[in-house]
Ligand binder design. Sequence first.
Ligand code: SAH
Ligand code: SF4
Length: 343
Amino acid sequence: MKKDITTLSKEEIKSFCANNDIRSFVSSQVYSWIWNKSCSSFSDMSNVSLEDRSKFDKEFFINSLDVDVEEESSDGTIKTKFKLHDGNFVEGVLIPKNKRMTACISSQVGCSLSCSFCATGTLGLTRNLSASEIYRQVVYILKKCLEVHNQPLTNIVFMGMGEPLLNYKNVLRSIHFITSEEGLNMSYKRITLSTSGISKMIRKLADDNVKVNLALSLHAANEELRKKIMPIGKSNTLEEIRDSLKYYFSKTKKKVTYEYVLLRDVNDSIEDAYQLYKYTKHLSSKVNIIEYNAVEGLEFQKSSFEKTEKFIGYLLKKGVNVSLRRSRGKDINAACGQLANKN
Ligand code: SAH
Ligand code: SF4
C-alpha cells in the first residue's frame, strides 16, 4: 500500500530522495508543492522531472480532501462536507460577518466525548484527522473566501467536529503549516482553539508555547451539572481546569475565553450565572454566551429570550466582559454543535 507523503518531514523526504537517486533539491520542491501549493497529485508538480514524479508516485499518495456537498445558508454561511481518502467525511464552515471571515474547521471524524447537547458527540469517534486533512480544510475555505468575498480569512477556529486537544500532535502540526512560511503564513493571533477542558493537555499547550487563543467550553460552573452534560468533567474537575488555565495564562499571557451555551432550564438560572461569575472572575477573561442550536433527537432547547436577557444582564452588572454569540448557518445545520455529516 502507498504511504501518505504528508506525514513525512522535510528530512524524511530528503532521505527518500537520497535513497532513490533523486537530486536533493527536488525534496524541497516536492515539499513546497505539498504544503505551500497544496497540490494533490504528483502529476501536477511541473518543475519535477517525469522520472522523479513517478518514483514518488510508486511509493506515496498525497492525503487531500474532496468536496462532497456544499450548502449556503441564507445568512451567507457556507458549509462544506469534505470526503476523506478513506471514505470518511468531515465538515468545515465559512462564516462571514461584516469584514470578519471565520473558518470553522474539524479536527476529528466524530468525537469521543459525548457531550449530551452536541450533534458531533452522538457520532462517537471514528478517527483523528491528519495534519494535512486539517490544514487543507483551511486552504479550501480560504480559497472559497477569496472567490466569494474577495478577501482572505481573518480568523480560524477549531470549533468544528472533534476535540482538538485529543488530536494534539496533528493539530499542532496543522497550526505550524497555517502559521509558517512553509504554508499559509498567517498569524497565531488569528487562531482560536476550543476545548472541552482537558487540563493535562492545556498545560502541555502552555509548555509548548503555542500562542493561540484558547476557548474553554464551560457550559456549567457547577461540578455536578457539568459532569452530567459533559462526561469529560468527571476526569477533569472545575478546579483542575481552572488551575491549568491559570498556568496557560502565566506562560503565554493570553487571555482565555469561556464559552457557555445557554440550555433552557438546565444552566440558565441566576444561580447558574452567579456560579459562572464566581468561576471566571479569577482570570481576566471574556465570556461568550452561545445561543443553543437544536439538534434532532436531543431533548435540549435554547433558553428563552427573557431568561437569556436576565442571565446576561446579571453578568454585566457583576462587571463580567460578556457577549452573546448568535447562531449562524442554522438552516443548513452549520452552526456550532450541529455538525454531524447529515444528508
Ligand atoms: N470539542 C471542542 C470544539 C468543538 S465544539 C469543544 O467542545 O470545545 C465547539 C463549540 O460548540 C463548543 O463550545 C461546544 O460546546 C459548542 N456546541 C456544541 N453543541 C452545540 C449546540 N448544539 N449549540 C451550540 N453550541 C454547541
Ligand atoms: Fe466533542 Fe466538543 Fe461536541 Fe463535546 S462539544 S462532544 S467535546 S465536539
